[in-house]
Design a protein around this ligand. Structure first.
Ligand code: GLA
Ligand code: ZN
Length: 646
């Protein structure tokens, strides 16, 4: 495992560089990431370049054997660029240019911006192409599927639609634009969602496509930079750092264009009081690994209390710096780069803490980081080892967009049941891949497809085939609601999955904040919330019934035999234990080994290479935990990771 730091030489007096690089070396840092916001220092005036400071910094790290990830600095164009080319600034929903002051204001399609961005990316990549210290390139920073409302972007949006639908008639049909007299009769009427209305007031079919366009458009921007980097540095790996944000790019399409996934990982520093909340970042990490089904990097890892635009959070408590990084490794992050080496003393992020505080005196968090570097060194042989999983949870970018476009009921959000299922697998000590619903399901014995809201025959058939061949498949309420245009499917729910689950939904009730009990045949009772599907089992066997409300006695969950396999359907959103019960049965039925009796918050994963299998046992809680594992008593301090080699 490699440990790195994010470093901003342009923020610090030159006199500190050598000191920092030496301390990094001494501490065991092996990678630094540089320059993602440094455009104004690299090109202080249009066409006047100064790479000398960066040459010096790279040389300094290289002389110490520290590897460098260089970033294209295009997230923050300099102010001279915006002054001279005002169209380079994004346009907001009100049709006016957004205010400059923070960062990331560039329009991905503005020709002047692109020309200047191409030039600096070209100059940077050709300058360092033979520099062996540069081991990877990061494109821009935390790219989003921007909604820019300028004329150029609107033009591109129309082009995107033309390519997808050819004619306005086809769009009208696909979007069912006859509702509310929304039929297009000229391309000039095809616009992005201007105005101040909540997006939920727009046609959901149109909004889903608009999200897809914004995602594809951001990917075009990524590809453009990737091609320049590739031309100059054909052997260096290229990535961009992603995270979960409001305007998400479709991860799968995005990273199919890049060499590896990198993720910005900021687990919580204050554990939630509600024991039902799934706070573990293991979920995000398994999702990141599932994007390319390969190990990934963390490009920014929690190093201190978070704050800046929001009030400051709690500091990472003892064990978190170490434990959260090792947790990332346990889930496939081979390199973990910490954000950031030093806490900024200027700029809007001065309260987003790094490893070294404003005091410039290394303290508790820094010393813990130093320990982490030692541990990482001892794990070096495991870099590249694999996390093998017989279990998959399906994540659908379209379903997540569609849930955001149309909130289903109070408190319901797309990721919740994915997290509840993930939590249940984690509790039973099995590795989980979170993969796209469009990906192959081969090799998976248990597949959970919660809330697969936007669905089609393609995914339904493949899930059916997996079940026929012996897999256990778990579906939930809100599966099969929408077709690929985000229109409702006119057939009993779960529509395309009806044969698979052997049941249909007679009626549903979005109960929101209300709750109801559900009772299993063995007498176990669980609390359910948000949503109740009243299920009509057809070939399926009912396994749980509502124990209250006007649908008392009606079926809440069902199980269907599908040749060699089984399909479960959960019609409501339950507490953690409900998912643990179903998941355990699904694992048993499909012959996947699991571990029972793991206490809450203990996460066990394995990594394998050749004939080595290594167990990672992490206490993701703030309490000491003692428990039996493989016949031995283990005691783990808060956030402690124990690593056992077989
Ligand atoms: C993101 C960004 C960083 C920084 C951190 C902390 O991860 O990529 O530049 O802003 O958040 O705020
Ligand atoms: Zn634009």
């Amino acid at each position: 495992m490699k440990i790195g730091v994010d470093y901003y030489p342009e923020h610090w007096d030159k006199a500190l560089w050598e000191e920092d690089a030496s301390l990094m070396k001494k501490t065991g840092v092996s990678v630094v990431r540089l320059a993602e916001f440094a455009w104004s220092r690299l090109e202080p005036r249009e066409g006047e370049f100064d790479f000398s400071w960066l040459d010096e910094v790279i040389e300094l790290f290289s002389s110490k054997g520290i590897e460098v990830v260089l970033c294209t600095p295009t997230n923050c164009p300099p102010l001279w660029l915006y002054e001279k080319y005002p169209n380079a600034v994004q346009t907001g929903r009100d049709g006016r240019k957004i205010a400059i002051g923070i960062r990331g204001h560039r329009c991905y399609n503005d020709p002047d911006f692109l020309r200047l961005a191409d030039r600096i990316v070209d100059l940077l990549t050709s300058r360092y192409k033979d520099n062996k210290a540069v081991v990877a390139w990061q494109i821009d920073n935390e790219l989003e599927a921007n909604f820019c409302f300028c004329e150029t972007c609107t033009g591109r949006y129309r082009e995107w639609l033309k390519e997808k639908y050819q004619t306005l008639e086809n769009i009208n049909k696909a979007y069912k634009n006859n509702v509310w007299s929304g039929e297009y009769s000229s391309w000039n009427q095809v616009n992005p969602p201007f105005g101040s209305y909540n997006y939920a007031w727009f046609n959901p079919a149109y909004m889903l496509d608009f999200n897809r366009f914004a995602s594809d458009d951001a990917i075009e921007y990524i590809k453009r930079q990737r091609d320049i980097i590739r031309k100059n540095c054909p052997d260096v790996k290229i990535t961009t750092n992603t995270w979960f944000c409001e305007k998400m790019i479709d991860f799968y399409r995005e990273f199919s264009e890049l060499d590896f996934v990198s993720y910005d990982n900021y687990p919580t520093t204050k554990l939630p009081e509600n024991p039902e909340e799934c706070y573990s970042h293991a979920f995000h990490l398994d999702l990141m690994r599932g994007i390319k089904k390969q190990n990934f990097w963390v490009m920014e890892q929690l190093s201190g209390g978070m704050g800046s635009w929001a009030p400051m959070s709690r500091m990472p408590s003892p064990g978190m710096i170490n434990g959260y990084s090792l947790q990332a490794f346990a889930h496939g992050a081979d390199t973990v780069v910490h954000f950031r080496w030093r806490t900024a003393v200027g700029g809007a992020e001065m309260h987003w803490h790094g490893l070294i505080d404003h005091s410039n005196v290394p303290s508790r968090r820094f010393f813990e980081f130093k320990e982490l570097c030692k541990t990482a060194k001892a794990l070096e042989d495991l870099r590249g080892s694999e996390i093998k999983s017989e279990v998959a949870i399906l994540y659908s970018a379209d379903s997540e967009y569609a849930f955001k476009i149309q909130p289903q009921t109070d408190t319901m959000y797309y990721l919740e049941q994915l997290k509840l299922l993930h939590n249940a697998f984690l509790k039973l000590g099995v590795n989980v891949d979170i993969v796209s619903e469009k990906d192959s399901f081969e090799g998976y014995k248990v597949i959970a497809a919660p809330e697969l809201y936007v669905a089609d025959e393609f995914v339904a058939k493949r899930l059916y085939a997996a079940a026929e061949n012996g897999a256990s498949v778990i579906l939930t309420n809100r599966c099969g609601v929408k077709d690929n245009h985000n229109n409702c499917i006119m057939s009993p729910l779960p529509t395309v999955f009806r044969t698979l689950v052997g049941a249909s939904v007679e009626e549903y009730d979005p109960i929101g904040y209300d709750s109801v009990d559900i009772r299993f045949a063995d007498g176990e009772v669980f609390k359910a919330k948000q949503w109740c599907d009243i299920i009509n089992p057809e070939t399926a066997e009912p396994i749980a019934f509502y124990d209250g409300d006007y649908f008392k006695g009606k079926c809440a969950a069902a199980k269907n035999n599908v040749k060699k396999g089984t399909a479960f359907y959960i019609g409501t959103v339950g507490e953690k234990k409900l998912y643990q019960k179903i998941v355990k049965e699904a694992l048993e039925l499909s012959g996947v080994d699991f571990i029972e009796g793991i206490p809450d918050g203990i996460e066990i994963t394995t990594r394998e290479s050749q004939n080595k299998k290594v167990w990672f046992i992490f206490n993701n809680t703030d309490k000491e935990k003692s428990f039996e594992l493989f016949g031995k008593t283990l005691t783990l301090k808060p956030f402690e990771m124990k690593i056992q080699r077989a």
